[in-house]
Design a protein. Structure first.
Length: 284
């Protein structure tokens, strides 16, 4: 990791996502580039924003009728998947680099949600409004035409347009038949929910790798979006404790008990906090 302090990264990210900001005003691209600083402290957001602006201009140049969704989708798909060769990383799917948008732009590789973010941001610059769709296991995007009909697009599969039946098959495949398609699986999600899902993907990857320090940084960022999330406060407490950051762990354990005094594990957490307090008192 580079020299940037953790609070500075959190502050930068929070400036885009904190609860006081209207969800539709969140700049997805800048927020994603801000959280990339946990891995790339010196990332230059403007460099990547210029790249996405340029992609948007190239898409606009291919559209004759902006009111025709099929033309906009064809233009987006041509620029992103034929000219630029962006593609889903099926070979190394769980590499954290697939979740950092600067890496996606550099390597032309991503997972469904990071490619969806790119697709949405290039589309927005071309005047084509897209929304994230939080289907479990495979993130999609959606456009509403002038009649309010929805068009579902899979950025991971080179911008293919999906029917509900296609979504049913895809969900069955990614969940090994465990999940059946529910109507709400194809509902749009907020920008905060989309960014949280990206961070949760990273959290899972870093936890699997036993990289507790980076996991803790990701949880810090989730808490910048949802500061009152008891489960995230508790997880950060446990991570801090395991990293030897007892002061921070104690603060989080006590905060969790304040937030969730009736939780089934509240008494256990109280005892844990008490034990840390005693240990610290003996060290002083």
């Amino acid at each position: 990791m580079g020299p940037k302090s953790k609070p500075e990264v959190i502050q930068a990210f929070a400036s885009f996502v904190s609860p006081g900001i209207d969800d539709e005003r969140i700049d997805l691209l800048r927020a994603a580039l801000a959280f990339a600083r946990i891995e790339y402290p010196d990332v230059d957001p403007d460099h990547y924003i210029r790249q996405v602006d340029e992609l948007g201009r190239r898409v606009v140049a291919r559209i004759d009728d902006p009111g025709e969704p099929s033309q906009c989708i064809a233009a987006l798909n041509h620029v992103l998947f034929q000219e630029e060769m962006f593609r889903g990383n099926t070979v190394d799917y769980y590499n954290p680099r697939n979740s950092y948008i600067n890496d996606v732009l550099e390597r032309k590789l991503g997972i469904p949600i990071s490619l969806a973010l790119l697709y949405m941001e290039v589309g927005r610059r071309a005047g084509f409004q897209l929304f994230g769709v939080g289907m479990p296991g495979h993130f999609l995007v959606k456009h509403y035409d002038l009649n309010g009909r929805s068009i579902i697009i899979d950025a991971f599969e080179r911008g293919s347009v999906l029917s509900e039946e296609d979504c049913r098959h895809k969900l069955s495949a990614v969940s090994s038949g465990e999940l059946k398609l529910q109507p709400d699986f194809l509902h749009t999600v907020t920008r905060r929910q989309m960014l949280t899902r990206m961070l949760n993907n990273l959290r899972s990857i870093y936890l699997l790798r036993r990289d507790l320090r980076r996991t803790a940084k990701v949880v810090d960022l989730v808490l910048a979006i949802y500061p009152r999330s008891p489960e995230d406060v508790k997880q950060r407490a446990v991570l801090r404790y395991n990293l030897g950051e007892t002061t921070g762990a104690l603060e989080d354990f006590e905060e969790y008990v304040k937030m969730s005094p009736e939780a089934s594990d509240a008494e256990e957490i109280r005892q844990m906090a008490l034990s840390i307090r005693r240990s610290k008192a003996m060290m002083n």
